[in-house]
Design a protein around this ligand. Structure first.
Ligand code: SAM
Length: 270
């Protein structure tokens, strides 16, 4: 198998392109990771050098090549009930403040393969009851079409479902059989409540309505301060008055300019 070489110059060209298109910052320490992930793309496409690949990327007017590249290099780790404190806070502090008959809009921004938005849906359903389903609108977006397709399918291996109680698994998922033995699929009546869309945070947000709750967790760590600041202010504009923004446990809005009120660690309010 051909051992592809990625020079410092080629790495810089690719990281500038990634930054300009997605806001993701790839510092020098990521060179080996980029090389290994993109080498697979090059081999699949029978491209011999990164120089050639770069030319294809910049000349691709459809944008598909760039999407495939960002798909290959982005980190999509997620899980059900990840950072459980956020879901406990929703239940204890936010749900009681939401009026049962109002239309409630929730956005999982950077949803990856869907575990976050399905967890949100389960929490809302459990608290407000299924009869209120029509009062919720869930949006879930990601830049990566690969993970988004997985989220839309809503099929997860049993190992990924370990944090979901047996009761909730039975209620919200169908157990797979034959070819899907060992997998669970979110029931159609629940997945249809979620609007999945590809959205790049660097582009304009075109939501018709504002949100009550935005989860944007474990995404901003890949962005520099300047990009984080622009994004956080776009979230501000996308929230209703008094709406909430949740960020990842290892993230902070400390060193950026924003108008949010701090509510609890990694939880902010407009
Ligand atoms: C580590 S996952 C986080 C998933 C989930 N929010 C969680 O906390 O478990 C980060 C996600 O952000 C997405 N992402 C990265 N850059 C993005 C951008 N510019 N626009 C939209 N999504 C982006 C990635 O594709 C990835 O699926």
């Amino acid at each position: 198998m051909l051992n592809l070489q990625l020079s410092a110059k080629e790495f810089n060209l690719i990281s500038d392109l990634v930054y300009n298109k997605s806001g993701i910052t790839l510092h020098d320490g990521k060179k080996e990771l980029v090389k290994s992930r993109l080498s697979k793309v090059l081999r699949k496409k029978n491209i011999d050098t990164f120089r050639e690949y770069y030319k294809i990327l910049v000349n691709d007017s459809s944008g598909d090549e760039i999407i495939a590249m960002i798909d290959a290099i982005s980190t999509n780790f997620t899980s059900f009930f990840r950072e459980i404190k956020h879901f406990e806070f929703l239940k204890s502090d936010i749900f009681p403040k939401l009026k049962k008959n109002d239309l409630i809009r929730v956005w999982s921004a950077g949803c990856s393969s869907g575990e976050e938005v399905y967890t949100l849906l389960i929490c809302f359903m459990e608290y407000f009851g299924e009869k209120s389903a029509n009062n919720f609108r869930f949006s879930a977006t990601d830049i990566s079409t690969r993970v988004l397709n997985k989220a839309i399918k809503g099929i997860y291996h049993k190992d990924c479902c370990k944090k979901i109680s047996l009761d909730l698994l039975r209620k919200y998922f169908q157990k797979g059989s034959s070819n899907f033995d060992g997998y669970y699929k979110i029931k159609g009546k629940y997945s249809k409540l979620i609007d999945f869309k590809r959205l790049n945070f660097m582009e304009t947000f075109n939501f018709a309505d504002k949100f009550d709750v935005i989860f944007c967790r474990n995404v901003m760590i890949y962005f520099n301060k300047e990009t984080q600041e622009i994004l956080v202010n776009k979230f501000w504009n996308s929230l209703k008055e008094e709406g909430w923004l949740f960020i990842g446990h290892s993230e902070s809005l400390m060193s950026i300019q924003h108008k949010f009120k701090y509510v609890a660690p990694t939880i902010y309010q407009k």
